[in-house]
Each structure stands twice: as C-alpha cells, then as structure tokens.
Write a protein that binds this ligand. Structure first.
Ligand SMILES: Cc1ncc(COP(=O)(O)O)c(C=O)c1O
Length: 476
C-alpha cells in the first residue's frame, strides 16, 4: 500500500509548504522572539490520542503554520541573541528539503556515493577555509557535543594501550585530559561516557582574558605524571561558550608536543573566524591540532544540524571507528571508496553535506568571510554603546562576537545589581522583544549577547539596551 500522493496533490502540498516558509521569512521573522507560552499551552494544540485514522495534508500543514510556528522561538530572527544559535540561511533550506526527498544514507560508499564524496569535499573546503591541513579526514555530525565526544574517543583510542578496544580501561593507569575552566560541558559528558572519569578532566584556571593559564597547565600535567597518571590530551578552545575567548593555541600545541599528548581544539563556535583577516592571528596554532571541532551550524550560517570533526591523520580516525560486521561487508570494490561508517560513531546519517556544500557554493568563501567580519563589527558596535552608556558595564573582553555585560543603574549596591540582572534574564524572555541568555563571570551575573545572525542590524543592537532599560527600571 503506497503512502505517496499523485503528482498534482504532491505539488499542491509542496506549494503550500513553500508558502508557509516564505510567510515565515516575510512576516514572522520580526514577531516576538519567545512565543511566551507555558509547556501546557504549547502541548494543548497537539495533545490528542495517537491518531488511528488519516488527517488531510492541507489541514496538517495549516496546523504547522499556526500551532507549530506559533510556538517556535524565532531564532532565525534578528533579535535572537541566545546561546550560540545560528539563524541558518535560505539556500540551505532548499538543500534540506532535497536531502529529505533523496533520503540518502552514507553509511557505506555504495549506499550513497554522492553524499560520501560531497562530505569529503566539504570537509576539505572547511579545512581550507580555517587554515587546517586539507589532508585531514573528518565527518559531519549532529552537534559540537557529539563532535567533541568523537574527537576525545579518537584521542583515547590512539593514546591508550593497544588492548583498550578489547579489554577496556580496567587496570590501566588513569588517563587525564586538560581543558580550561571555560571548557564546554560536552567535555564533562565525554570523559564520563568514555570511562575516563570527570575527576580526570583537569579544569585549568584562566587569566583575565578567559584564556587557559598555560604555566598552570604544564605544572598540572607534570604533577599528574609524577603521581602515576597518564596525561593523554590537551584541549584548546577557539572561542569559548561564555565569552568567545581564544586560548593561546600555539603555546598549547608546544605543550602537547613536549609531553607527547593528543592536541584537540574545540573551535565549534569560533572556528570560522580563523578565516577572517582581522582576527586570524589569534587562531595561530590551530593548524597544529591533531583534531578540531567546527560547527557549520553556528558561525557558518548552516541550519541545524551540522558539526564537523577534522582529524589530521585519517588513519587515526579510522582506527577509532572501524568495525565491520558481516552484514556491512557487501561492498568490496577496490576503487578508492570511503565508507563513512568507519570515520564516525553513527552508522545511518542524513545527507548533511548537501546543505553545507550549497551554502559554501552559493555564498562563496569571500562573502562568508565578510559576513563573519560584519558580525564581529556589530559586536564591536554593541561594546561601544555599552562603554558610552552610564548604566551598563562590560564584563569581559570581546575577541569575537559574544558580548557579556550587565545593567548598572546608578545608586544600586552590588547585591541589588545582582538581583536586578538575575531577574532581567527571565523578564527579557517573557517580554519577547529580544532573546538573550545569562551566565556568571567573576562571581557576577552577566547578560550575554551572541551575534552570529546576519539578519541582526545595528538598530537591533541599540534596541537590546533600550529593552533592558525599559524592563530593568521596573526591577529596583
Ligand atoms: C565551544 C563550544 N563547544 C561545543 C559546543 C556544543 O555544540 P552543540 O551545541 O552543537 O552541541 C558549544 C555550544 O555552544 C560551544 O560553544
């Protein structure tokens, strides 16, 4: 029994879908960012028994138009500044639609020659874009967290004794991994799940620029070795989640080489900025990493999900993930085929490279570099507005496009300022005109604005401060 439509019906529904998408970009982009509904209110539009019978596609699409889009957070819009969430791009929407239509699965080369070869090409282009050796192997995964997990798995496999795959880590010296206190939480999860243990993820203090203290790092590695531990990996961050700080990647490379350790760089957010003249020098040393994570779904404007792992020596990536049961041995041609399943944890995977390839082709490296630069310029503009004001205070340097600051109306004590800024975070969400998130820096609550959406204008950034003032004045 077929589930397909006849051609006319299919075209009609596709047109209806196109209308929904263009309406989204024409009319809804500027609506309130957070829909302002409670969990029950969101669910109420959908909460019914598992449907036993069919629903007409017209009415289904109409429900998507109203209830699904009506409850979505408008992170494609110009006034979403939360987390490190990209706004996607319109060419990739077409790529995603075609990718779903084609439903490729590149677990093995013959199951999708095009998706496999395109993924390899995109990995090469992204390496070239950020100045990483283009002989690296890689894969496009779902997110930076999975990508960091995969890279630490590669580090562990290649730095551990040969038998680790068979016998696990029982009886081995505990392995230690080093990252700054600003390291992303995906490393905590990864060391937990890889059997290394959170205790052995050494969190090294940072300096006043939020960069890892390299002397403290080296001292800790030496202490750990003397204590009988096995230091296996140094992690550098090229754009921290909190403030966008970039570690001294050259110094970290030297330390990793000197101590015979794996060198991983988490460039999930900041990586694309390595292509931009004005900040490129800060990324010097990235090219020395054994592995790198860079997320096209953050600052390369690709819609979710697309996060790349790059591993300098392809054989080390393959050694980690290659496992061939009989049912996956059916494609034996010896003509240079690559089976992506040997380069990543997942087997089945969607055709993620299509939207990345279409993005890189449609806009070209030059325009992407210029767009990244304009995001950096907008962050600089917001910093200027903050510094010129009398009621805001910058809380961290801004090397890339994340601005951390707080509202500081005159006459309030430190305790009151804390309270006002903490309340501001949730009040801003409810208000819905802008969306930002908070964090803590040097024991102060910070409002955090991340600018990686080319739809954001300077006017939107002025509005950020106006909205905060507007809401903030009611909070003290
Ligand atoms: C530096 C860094 N690494 C890793 C991640 C995790 O990426 P994802 O959200 O794609 O899992 C993030 C997310 O913001 C990040 O900022």
């Amino acid at each position: 029994m077929s589930l397909d439509f006849d051609r006319d019906s299919f075209e009609k529904y596709l047109h209806q879908t196109v209308d929904i998408v263009s309406e989204l970009y024409e009319e809804k982009l500027n609506r309130r960012v957070f829909a302002g509904k409670t969990p029950d209110e969101v669910l109420s539009a959908f909460d019914e028994l598992l449907p036993e019978s069919e629903t007409s596609v017209e009415s289904l699409l109409e429900q998507v138009r109203t209830d699904v889009i009506g409850s979505a957070t408008m992170n494609i819009g110009p006034r979403y500044f939360g987390y490190i969430t990209g706004g996607g791009n319109q060419v990739a929407i077409m790529g995603d639609m075609i990718s779903s239509a084609l439903n490729q699965n590149n677990l093995k080369w013959h199951s999708s020659p095009i998706s496999t070869e395109m993924e390899k090409l995109v990995i090469r282009w992204i390496s070239q874009f950020i100045g990483y050796p283009d002989s690296a192997a890689g894969a496009i995964l779902d997110g930076g967290s999975t990508a960091n997990f995969n890279c630490l798995a590669v580090a562990r496999k290649n730095m551990a004794d040969e038998g680790v795959a068979e016998t696990g880590m029982y009886g081995l010296k505990p392995m230690t991994i080093y990252v700054s206190e600003e390291g992303h939480s995906s490393f905590d999860k990864a060391v937990d799940m890889l059997g290394i243990g959170k205790k052995y993820l050494r969190k090294i203090p940072v300096n006043d620029q939020f960069q890892i203290e390299t002397e403290k790092l080296e001292a800790t590695i030496e202490e750990d070795r003397l204590a009988g531990l096995n230091p296996i990996c140094v992690i550098g961050i090229a754009g921290t989640t909190n403030t966008g700080a970039i570690d001294d990647l050259e110094a970290l490379a030297d330390i990793a080489i000197k101590h015979g350790m794996w060198y991983h760089v988490d460039a999930a957010y900041g990586g694309p900025a390595a292509a931009v003249d004005s900040v490129r020098s800060q990324f010097s040393g990235l090219e020395k990493a054994d592995s790198v994570v860079i997320n096209p779904h953050k600052w390369l404007y690709v819609p979710f999900e697309a996060a790349c792992i790059l591993v300098k020596e392809p054989v080390k990536l393959r050694k980690t993930f290659s496992h061939l049961p009989d049912y996956l041995k059916s494609d034996n041609a010896d003509d240079g085929r690559t089976d992506m399943m040997e380069y990543q944890l997942p087997l089945t995977k969607s055709f993620k490279s299509l939207k990345v390839w279409m993005t890189l082709k449609a806009y070209g490296a030059k325009r992407l570099r210029e767009t990244i630069q304009s995001d950096i310029d907008k962050a600089t503009y917001l910093v200027e507005l903050i510094q010129k004001s009398e009621d805001f205070e910058l809380l961290a340097p801004v090397p890339l496009s994340i601005v951390c600051f707080r509202y500081t109306p005159q006459g309030l004590s430190e305790k009151q300022l804390e309270k006002v800024n903490q309340r501001l975070i949730s009040e801003i969400e409810t208000d819905g005109r802008i969306f930002l998130t908070g964090t803590r820096l040097n024991s102060k609550t910070a409002l955090r604005v991340c600018i990686i959406n080319p739809r954001t204008t300077r006017k939107d950034l002025g509005l950020v401060l106006d909205v905060i003032r507007d809401i903030g004045k009611e909070l003290y």
